[in-house]
Design a protein around this ligand. Structure first.
Ligand code: M6P
Ligand code: ZN
Length: 186
């Protein structure tokens, strides 16, 4: 197998804020980047007009996107709702379905939602110290149900790739809504 030679390295991860030093890319997603994801499209447009808040950001140390490498990143998902629906990530399958991922929760409280193309769905609570396994072929999206940022660290195979299109077409099997007694899975 041919794999790009990379020197060993170590990064500094702040276990509370998720700050990763150094990082090489920072992806920021505002609500306007998430049209179609939330149930209440009119509420989303109101919030976009009101200043288009930042929903989450991903700090990553980029490596060659190839078999043999492991890529790690941290996600900071801010608290908030669109209508009754908690802020969440876009969510994706891996382009190469035969690849898994590990999440390590650092701070905040939320859920990791998962689903398969043949109709299974799953929700795992995600908080400080949670190690969650995303098996091959499971789409994954995280949701912040707390009052502070939901922060987690993730590791996935270099060749995995992100398939957002399938979820844009099918939506996600479950939604997490703010109910009178707290979060409700719908
Ligand atoms: C995790 C990983 C990343 C992903 C990020 C945000 O950190 O799964 O690969 O980019 O969450 O999720 P999404 O790409 O679905 O917006
Ligand atoms: Zn992934």
């Amino acid at each position: 197998m041919k794999v790009t030679a990379v020197d060993p390295f170590a990064l500094a991860l702040d276990l509370r804020s998720g700050a990763l030093q150094p990082y090489t890319s920072r992806t920021q997603r505002h609500l306007s980047d998430m049209r179609g994801a939330f149930r209440d499209g009119a509420a989303l447009e109101d919030l976009v007009r009101g200043g288009d808040p930042l929903v989450y950001e991903v700090l990553q140390y980029d490596l060659p996107e190839e078999t043999g490498q492991l890529i790690c990143c941290t996600t900071v998902l801010y608290p908030g709702t669109v209508g009754a629906e908690y802020y969440m990530t876009k969510g994706h399958y891996h382009l190469v379905r035969e690849t898994a991922e590990i999440y390590l929760g650092l701070s905040g409280q939320g859920y990791l939602l998962l689903m398969t193309e043949d109709g299974r769905s799953w929700a795992e609570p995600l908080g400080p110290g949670t190690v969650a396994y995303v098996p091959p072929a499971w789409a994954h999206r995280s949701v912040n149900v707390g009052e502070e940022p939901l922060v987690f660290f993730a590791v996935y195979p270099g060749q995995a790739g992100h398939d957002y299109g399938t979820i844009e077409r099918t939506g996600f099997a479950q939604r997490v809504l703010r109910g009178p007694q707290g979060p409700v899975l719908a």
